[in-house]
Design a protein around this ligand. Structure first.
Ligand code: ZN
Length: 371
């Protein structure tokens, strides 16, 4: 197993820019545009190396010995993962993309601009309906207008973060971040890193910016499946507005993804990010058996491998990890309780179960379910 020791600390320092070709209507490049993109080119190279390393280090799950408990590569034993990202809080996303996603039980990440006219005129949908349906609201700055100074940058990101806190509750959390493209920025990557750290933001992987004229989005998903990796597809309009993905293309993409469940885990960016970093920081699961009636399982992470932003590990890293364990061969249904919660799990074949365990949260108790 390859351990990328430093990557949680690196990840939030990586800038993944919206497509340099993209410029929202009415916005023109400013004097910092070229300077930003020259530094972004270097950062994007580092990002590519980071995600390749991340993909490489995800092989432990399938390589372990039979009977040895281990953490699956992705949730539920999936072999690959895909996150869908939509930018700019566009009305066409509310009208067209979200109904298609909801009908298929797909949860995506929406990078919103909380002070934009589009967002404010549909505030209830963005702040109530979208989170309630299980989608992630990511930080895309308040106005999508850029920032000429570090103070402006802090204000743009901080305003958006504060609004998301009001919507989602002010408890500490990790939130996905995507920097708007096509507007002037005046800061160094180091200055950006400090602001992201302040607001506990994680830069999203933005390499797969979908352009319907050039690419089939299914190819991004197929590549993830073929390489057993985590991939993303980033989009803007849905059946309208700018850089639009047509609805037949979006429908085709979503149906392709659904057809590959459960081998494909489809989830918001932040969920997959947390799974991957927790998994890489996790120590060997501890499994204890009490006679033939009960199995307990716990997973601890090496806290030095997780970026805590001054918070407790348990507060930020709350994504369950799927652990494979041996169970008595006569168990065909199981019940799992961790703390006060009944958690998901299933017998996948005689003698083998997969259970979703919250790391750093004590033991999960597995018993035979006689129902
Ligand atoms: Zn944008």
């Amino acid at each position: 197993m390859i351990v990328v020791r430093a990557y949680p600390r690196v990840a939030h320092r990586i800038v993944l820019e919206a497509s340099p070709m993209f410029r929202p209507p009415g916005m023109t490049p400013g004097p910092c545009y070229n300077r930003l993109y020259s530094s972004l080119a270097m950062i994007q190279l580092a990002t590519a190396v980071f995600f390749v390393a991340l993909g490489t280090c995800l092989t432990q799950g399938s390589a372990r010995e039979p009977g040895v408990p281990g953490i699956c590569r992705f949730l539920g034993g999936a072999e690959a993962a895909v996150s869908l990202q939509f930018d700019d809080s566009m009305t066409s996303q509310l009208a067209n993309a979200i109904p298609l996603l909801n009908a298929r039980g797909i949860h995506a990440t929406f990078f919103v601009n909380t002070e934009s006219g589009q967002y404010k005129s549909h505030r209830h949908e963005w702040e109530v309906d979208v989170p309630k349906a299980g989608h992630e609201l990511g930080n895309h700055t308040a106005h999508h207008s850029g920032a000429k100074t570090i103070e402006e940058l802090d204000k743009e990101i901080g305003l958006c973060s504060a609004q998301l806190d009001r919507v989602l509750g002010a408890r500490p959390r990790l939130t996905s971040f995507a920097i708007p493209g096509g507007v002037p920025w005046g800061f160094t990557p180091e200055q950006l890193a400090k602001v992201l750290e302040k607001y506990r933001l994680v830069l999203a992987d933005r390499r797969n910016f979908f352009d319907e004229q050039k690419t089939d989005p299914v190819s991004y998903v197929q590549k993830a499946i073929d390489t057993h990796a985590w991939s993303n597809v980033s989009m803007h309009g849905a059946g309208g507005e700018w850089l639009s993905t047509s609805l037949p293309t979006l429908t085709h993409l979503l149906d392709f993804m659904v057809a590959h469940r459960p081998a494909l885990w489809i989830a918001p960016n932040i969920d997959i990010y947390k799974y991957v970093v927790e998994r890489e920081a996790a120590e060997q699961p501890v499994v204890k058996r009490t006679g033939s009636s009960m199995v307990s399982v716990s997973v601890m992470c090496d806290r030095t491998k997780l970026e805590t932003f001054g918070c407790s590990v348990a507060a930020l890293y709350d994504q369950p990890l799927t652990v494979e364990i041996s169970v008595p061969v006569n168990w065909d249904q199981i019940r799992i309780v961790q703390g006060k919660r009944v958690v998901h799990g299933e017998v996948v074949r005689a003698g083998l179960a997969r259970i979703d365990v919250l790391p750093n949260a004590g033991s999960a108790t597995v018993t035979q379910d006689s129902k």
